[in-house]
Structure formats: structure tokens, C-alpha cells
Write a protein that binds this ligand. Structure first.
Ligand code: SF4
Length: 695
């Protein structure tokens, strides 16, 4: 780190890692970054940061950056560097050739949750208007798509309901399937501060995460749920609340649909849903589960924060609805200090979903089949849109393997490393005739690409990100795009080459278009964001010109809240004689997602491999000692990981991270998915483990 005083000027921007969305002051000397300092006026972080964000310019200027467009006719051939114009023309001609031969819907696109809102908006517009298909999806498919389904169904909006600040008014926090100390560190710090003031914490997680220690200090609960049994556990908590007279009857009567509530109450009150009846499934002592349910219902303001340990299950959408049911039943939503909050993993997952990156939804979560909504976009964009939803990401892979899907434009997403069942993803990409990868590094997916377009980092572009509290924050350019074009400019160039004109002189014009077409963003512009101090929480429109810190005040977005039946269906991935252990996955503090950025940021590389956490009993049974290499085999595949023998995991459960491509965690995860959204069941994989070598 360079000493203070060397900087000549500074630019305020937003961290490009996790969904907290911390504001940073990037201090510059000429075109060189001197250092990044957490911005004291950043409303998401208030002057704090974690170690990842502070050193984020390291990857942005890394020697591995790919700065030249490249093409090749076949993936067995070497890359050939070409001009931007040649690469774009080649990509456009391949898209059109494929469509002429295999049909309009033989191509599609994937937006990035690391790119700006303006860029993701343009990619979905490119796919719908220039490709002429709704085959567009986003990496949220494999993380928070069940949040979209579950929250939209129950309360009407696919987003967290409160601000990060609001946790300071919470008395009881349920933290489920999330490990903010590692994945959302600045939020974890704020939560700990509130716990030190006396708030109580209920952790629902198969692992003894770092915050469990804090939970015990505050005499609350750690419910070590068996992977795959989340719905059973929450339904059992609802049973306690319903049968012990803990429902907030006045709230429910005023705010929720009565018939659905009564059906729900009858369902959860069944003895088969009691904590005692569910104990074998959940693995949680019934007394603890009853105590936690009573605490949440009676302990004052209650907030629920959850992560991918909720969504990435075959019942991910059901579990999200079970969370919303609990909040509605206890009146813990729609006021300060209460709410339901998905902790978003990547910096702009919320934004990529808001911007219409799903095959069935236009920007603002409006269904593509609605002729009125479609008409608004058709008039503005000057095209006729398809009324039928397109293919989801896993359906694109399946269609590619079966031969009907042939071309993909993938911006800022490494689907080979991040999606489950790597072998299937690789087979799908190999079967395609044209894969266009746009990224800052030659990632794992680029091994299967025919066109490579250099991506631009967050330091090289203007735009906005949206964090987990719906906060739209400005991203500001501190240096020119190292590859010559910002991502949004490359998308425009491709669209123009395809014959669909896209001309914007600045990303602010793209945001103006988004605002024109999206009611929840109607009051948003770059100027308005500046006037409001650098960020604003949507909805921001005539009804809420200053933005909306707390949602669902007085009335749910859908009108009346809707309770949903959450019948527990066991996962297909269960312990068997052949695969007796359940593998679950997560993150470590020093790495971010697939590690493409943090592995190239020397200041934060504290670990250089993914480890397999295994309980001492399970390790002893298999002759495994700390540091041994262990073969991990599932029905999908096999990989090898180094053992970390620890009681952070319970017997029968093993755990690893997915930050390093060499470890191949997703070689073993299967193609089991959420019933409603096809979100992969990363968090439950039945495996066997055997020692293969000493360290
Ligand atoms: Fe903040 Fe997350 Fe960036 Fe850390 S990684 S500085 S918590 S936005």
C-alpha cells in the first residue's frame, strides 16, 4: 500500500464484489490506482470495508487481463488476435448463420451479475430485440432465482424488504443458510454490533459458522439442520407459532388473504409437522426448535436474513415461501427493524434480476406474456417481441447437448466453473457452433469459446450496481477501458452489426431508458442519484421520490400477503450405502465466488486451495488425517480435495468451497434442481470420501 499523500485525485465508486455494495474512494495518481479507501458517506458501509474491497484494484490491473479480441473457427485451434471490428462482425455473422440454419431460438445470451445495470439491461435487450428470442438468463438462475419465485408469490416483490441500517432496530435475528462473516463481512460487523447491544441471534445452518459463537454468548440458538431439510425445519417452527397461540392475529387479519392463511394454519398445525415429528428429518432437537420459534415470535422486532443455503436446494422456492410465511404470521415485516432479506452474493445480482435478465420477465419483473407490458417495450424498442418465455440456463445446456441450441453470448460469467455438473456444461458448450465469451480473463468457459471479447473492470466504466437492500449506487470510471471498449459499448457494437441499432453516448442515457420503461425505477437518473447523496433504494418514482428504505409498509406490494403451503419433500440427494456423506458448499472470507478476481489480488490470497471439512468421527472411520488428499465421489463425478478435520461440520456432513478451478467442487455437484426455478441443488450432494494420498 502506497503512503498517504501520493494521490493526485480521487473518484467515488462502488465495490464490485459482494452484495453489501460498499462505497469506496479510489485514490489515483495519473492513471495509476494508489489505494482504495472505504467511503465514509457510503450508505451501505458508512466508512467500513472488508479486506477484499480494499485491494480490489489488484485484479483489475493484473497481468492476466486479456486486452485483445480473438477468434477461432474451432476450439481445437489456437486463438487469433483480431481487431474489435473483425471480432464483432464475425460474432454477428455466426449468430445470423446459426439462426438461418437452426432457427431463431437456437441462440441465447447470459447477463452478468458483476456488470452494471446498464450493461445487463443492454444484453437482455440485445437478446430479445436483436436476436429475436427470449433465451436470456443470468447467474441468478443458479443462486437467488428461488428468492424471485418465493417472495413474488407471497409478498409481491423479489427483493429484501429493509435496509442494512435497520438491523440496528432488530431484537431477534434469524440467520439461515448464510455466513456473512465470510461472504458479507461489512454487514456481519453491523450485525455483531447489534448483538453486542443485546439482540438475540438464531443461526440455522449445518455448520458451526463463526457467528454461532456470538449466538451462544447471547443465549440464543444454533439449529444445525441436516442439508436438505430446511423446509421441514421452518414448517415445524410455524407449527409451534400456530399451535401455541403466537400468531399476530391482528396483522394477519388486516394484511393477508384470509382463506390462504386459514389453509396454511390448518396445514402447519398438523401433528406430522411438529418439531418432534420432524426431528429425525431436521436433525435438530425439538426443544431447541420450539425455543427458537418462541423467541422469534415473542422477542420483539424480528428480521430474517438468508443466503444460498436456503435457495440452492430442490425445495429452495418452498423454503423462501416458508420464510415469508413466518414473517407474516408474526407481523415481522413492513416496519423498521423487521423484514425478510436475501443476502445477495455478487455485487449486482439484485440488479441483473431487476433488469429483466430472466427468460420470462422484462425489466421490473413484468411477465413477457403480458401484452400491455410487452407493447410498451415494443413501441420503445421498435420491434415485435416473442410472447413465450425463453430457455433457462440449464435448459440451454440440455438443448445444446440434444442439438437444438447452437450459439451463446456470455458476458462476465464463468459458467464452466460456477454451474453444477461441470461435465454436462462442458458437453453443452462443446456441442455449440459459436460461443462468444466477454470477460476480463481467459476463464474456464473461454476454453470452449470461438470469439473472445475483452471485458472491462468496474474501474473502467460508468453505471450503477444494486445491492442486497435495493440500493442503486453509482459506479464511476477511474480509468479508460484497458481493452478499448467498455462492456456496454461492445454490446452496442454487436447489436449494430446484427442490424439492430443501439446508440448511446453515455450509460446515463441507458438508465434514462430503464426509468422510462420500469415503474419502480421511474424516478431514477444519474442526476437524481447524485442529488440523493450517491445512492437511492428502489422503488424510486413519483410515489417515493426519495426512494424506499422499508418495503411493504401498510400494504404488501401484491396487496394482501399470501400464505403458501410448504409441504416438505425430501431431496433426491440423500445418504445411501454407496454415498453416505452429504456435501454442502460455501465461501471463505479472502476469496470471492469462483475466485477469478481474488485469486489475482495478491493482498488477499491467504488460501491457495479449496479444502474438504470433515468431522473427526467421519475422518477416523475412513483413515483420513488432516492434510490428506481425499477423493470425493458423487453420482455426477469425482474430484480430489485436501482434508480439514474439524467439528465445524457435524458427523455425516462435509463441506467445501468453490473458489479454485483445480479443486472442481462442481465436478461432483449434480443436476438436481429447485422444482420451481431450476436453481441447482448445490447445497446437498450425496458423496463418498476416501483417502488417496498423504500430504
Ligand atoms: Fe463491502 Fe462486500 Fe466489497 Fe467487502 S466485498 S468491501 S463487504 S462490498
Amino acid at each position: 500500500v502506497v503512503e498517504m499523500g501520493q494521490a493526485e485525485h480521487a473518484v467515488i465508486t462502488t465495490c464490485a464484489y459482494c452484495g453489501v455494495g460498499c462505497g469506496f474512494k479510489v485514490e489515483m495518481k495519473g492513471q495509476e490506482v494508489v489505494r482504495m479507501v472505504p467511503w465514509k458517506d457510503g450508505k451501505a458501509n458508512r466508512g467500513h470495508s472488508c479486506v477484499k474491497g480494499r485491494f480490489a484494484w489488484g485484479y483489475a490491473t493484473h497481468k492476466d487481463r486479456m486486452l485483445k479480441p480473438m477468434i477461432r473457427k474451432h476450439i481445437s485451434e489456437p486463438w487469433r488476435e483480431v481487431s474489435w471490428d473483425e471480432a464483432i462482425q464475425y460474432a454477428a455473422s455466426e449468430i445470423r448463420r446459426i439462426q438461418a440454419k437452426h432457427g431463431r431460438d437456437a441462440v441465447g445470451g447470459i447477463t452478468s451479475s458483476r456488470c452494471t445495470n446498464e450493461e445487463t439491461y443492454l444484453v437482455q435487450k440485445l437478446v430479445r430485440a436483436a436476436f429475436g428470442t427470449n433465451n436470456v438468463d443470468t447467474c441468478a438462475r443458479v443462486c437467488h432465482s428461488p428468492t424471485g419465485y418465493g417472495l413474488k408469490t407471497t409478498i409481491g416483490e423479489s427483493a429484501g424488504t429493509q435496509t442494512f441500517d435497520s438491523v440496528m432496530h432488530t431484537d431477534v435475528v434469524i440467520l439461515m443458510g448464510a455466513n456473512p462473516s465470510a461472504a458479507h463481512p461489512v454487514f456481519a460487523s453491523r450485525l455483531k454490533r447489534r448483538l453486542r447491544e443485546g439482540a438475540r441471534l438464531i443461526v440455522i445452518d449445518p455448520r458451526r459458522i463463526e457467528l454461532v459463537k456470538t449466538a451462544h454468548i447471547n443465549a440464543a440458538y444454533h439449529l444445525p439442520v441436516r442439508p436438505g431439510a430446511n423446509t421441514a425445519l421452518l414448517t415445524a417452527m410455524a407449527h409451534v407459532i400456530a399451535t401455541e397461540g403466537l400468531i399476530d392475529e391482528a396483522f394477519v387479519a388486516e394484511r393477508c388473504e384470509t382463506p390462504a392463511f386459514e389453509q396454511w394454519r390448518d396445514f402447519v398445525s398438523l401433528q406430522e409437522n411438529s418439531p418432534e415429528a420432524m426431528e429425525a428429518e431436521t436433525g435438530v432437537p425439538a426443544a431447541d426448535l420450539r425455543g427458537a420459534a418462541r423467541l422469534y415470535a415473542t422477542g420483539g422486532n424480528g428480521s430474517i436474513y438468508y443466503g444460498l443455503g436456503v435457495t440452492e436446494h430442490s425445495q429452495g422456492s418452498t423454503t423462501v415461501m416458508a420464510i415469508a410465511n413466518l414473517a407474516m404470521a408474526t407481523g415481522n415485516i413492513g416496519k423498521e427493524g423487521t423484514g425478510v432479506n436475501p443476502l445477495r452474493g455478487q455485487n449486482n445480482v439484485q440488479g441483473s434480476c431487476d433488469m429483466g435478465s430472466f427468460p420470462h420477465e422484462l425489466p421490473g419483473y413484468r411477465h413477457i406474456s403480458d401484452p400491455v407490458v410487452r407493447g410498451e417495450f415494443e413501441r420503445d424498442w421498435g420491434v415485435t417481441l416473442q410472447a413465450e418465455p425463453g430457455l433457462r440456463l440449464p435448459n440451454m445446456f440440455d438443448a445444446a447437448v440434444s442439438g437444438s441450441f447452437k450459439g451463446l453470448y456470455c458476458q462476465g460469467e464463468d459458467i464452466v466453473q460456477s454451474d453444477p455438473n461441470t461435465q454436462h456444461v462442458a458437453a453443452a458448450l462443446t456441442a455449440m457452433e459459436c460461443v462468444i465469451v466477454q470477460d476480463i480473463f481467459l476463464n474456464e468457459t473461454a476454453k470452449y469459446a470461438h470469439v473472445f471479447l475483452p471485458g472491462s473492470s468496474f474501474l473502467e466504466k460508468d453505471g450503477t450496481f444494486i445491492n442486497a437492500e435495493r440500493r442503486i449506487s453509482r459506479v464511476r470510471k477511474v480509468m479508460e477501458p484497458m481493452g478499448g471498449l467498455a462492456d456496454w459499448e461492445a454490446t452496442c457494437a454487436l447489436s449494430n452489426a446484427l442490424g439492430y441499432p443501439m446508440h448511446y453516448s453515455h450509460p446515463s442515457e441507458i438508465m434514462d431508458e430503464i426509468a422510462r420503461l420500469t415503474p419502480t425505477f421511474a424516478g431514477v437518473s444519474f442526476r437524481r442519484i447524485e442529488e440523493l447523496g450517491g445512492s437511492v433504494q428502489w422503488p424510486c418514482n413519483d410515489a417515493a421520490p426519495e426512494g424506499t428504505p422499508i418495503m411493504h409498509v401498510g400494504e404488501f406490494v401484491r396487496g394482501k400477503g399470501r400464505f403458501m403451503i410448504t409441504k416438505y419433500v425430501p431431496s433426491d440427494e440423500r445418504s445411501t450405502r454407496k454415498f453416505p456423506l452429504l456435501l454442502t458448499t460455501g465461501r471463505i472470507l479472502s476469496q470471492y465466488n469462483v475466485g477469478a478476481q481474488t485469486r489475482r489480488t495478491p493482498n488477499v490470497v491467504w488460501h491457495d486451495e479449496d479444502m474438504l471439512e470433515i468431522h473427526p468421527h467421519d475422518a477416523e472411520d475412513r483413515g483420513i488425517r488432516a492434510g490428506d488428499m481425499v477423493a470425493v465421489q458423487s453420482r455426477a463425478g469425482e474430484t480430489v480435495l485436501r482434508a480439514d478435520v474439524t467439528d465445524r461440520v457435524q458427523p455425516g456432513v462435509v463441506y467445501t468451497t468453490f473458489h479454485f478451478p483445480e479443486s472442481g467442487a462442481n465436478v461432483v455437484t449434480t443436476d438436481s434442481t429447485d422444482w420451481a426455478t431450476d436453481c441447482p441443488e448445490y447445497k446437498v450432494t450425496a458423496i463418498q470420501a476416501r483417502r488417496v494420498t498423504e500430504p
